[in-house]
Design a protein around this ligand. Structure first.
Ligand SMILES: CC(C)(COP(=O)(O)OP(=O)(O)OC[C@H]1O[C@@H](n2cnc3c(N)ncnc32)[C@H](O)[C@@H]1OP(=O)(O)O)[C@@H](O)C(=O)NCCC(=O)NCCS
Length: 185
């Protein structure tokens, strides 16, 4: 799937990361609260630059197992405020996954939902996926509330399936089928 960037939503532009996004990227990639329920940890500016270099090349999905991670640019603020991800989990079973992170300064305004809706559109309309999932720690209420806002269904609550940051962790799995996606539009 090759795309013409930027992708435009109501208030946002979604596009591949650029090396000049380092300040904006580091502004949220360095904040512990953003990573409380994520596997990753906050990183230094130098580590951010390395991560950014990898993301810069991440601008298309050509095979299963790949992730497309796009910068969420808010023209009104003139900066990148977060990222949205679409992973192509399986070609034969047409399965995908979405994810998102937002700078805390820009949370609570519907920007993550707006970006995630676009990633669902890419998955269902662009890649022709049959099912898209999103996963989170049940304590990450803003994340699962967002999934419900998108119309995704809670399919599973796995209890203590892994040791997460030093303690037993649970997992919510949310999903949406292509027919459910079409019904929400
Ligand atoms: C998960 C995360 C992206 C959710 O961000 P968010 O800003 O709460 O999500 P949304 O974009 O859906 O915004 C919804 C909120 O904006 C409010 N809002 C304001 N204006 C809005 C608008 N125009 N449209 C929609 N919602 C709007 C909603 O009422 C809602 O507030 P509420 O939760 O107090 O009811 C954010 O908490 C985050 O980045 N967390 C850290 C990283 C992370 O955990 N990512 C998920 C990994 S599984």
């Amino acid at each position: 799937m090759r795309l013409d960037y930027p992708l435009i939503t109501g208030r946002l532009l979604l596009r591949p990361f650029e090396p000049t996004d380092l300040d904006d990227f580091h502004a949220y990639r360095s904040r512990p609260e953003v990573f409380r329920y994520l596997y990753d940890e906050p990183v230094s500016r130098e580590e951010c630059a390395d991560l950014l270099a990898k993301l810069v090349a991440d601008n298309e999905l050509t095979g299963e197992g790949q992730r497309l991670t796009l910068a969420i640019h808010l023209p009104e603020a003139g900066r990148v405020i977060g990222s949205a991800m679409l992973k192509w989990r399986s070609e034969s079973n047409r399965q995908g996954e979405i994810g998102y992170s937002l700078d805390p300064e820009f949370q609570g305004r519907g920007y993550a939902s707006e970006a995630a809706r676009k990633m669902l559109e890419l998955g269902f309309d662009g890649l022709g996926l049959h099912r898209v999932v999103a996963e989170c720690d049940p304590r990450n209420e803003p994340s699962w509330r967002l999934m419900e806002r998108l119309g995704m269904r809670r399919e599973a609550h796995f209890r203590e399936l892994e040791v997460f940051k030093g303690e037993w962790g649970d997992l919510f799995v949310y999903a949406m089928l292509a027919e459910e996606y079409r019904a929400t539009r």
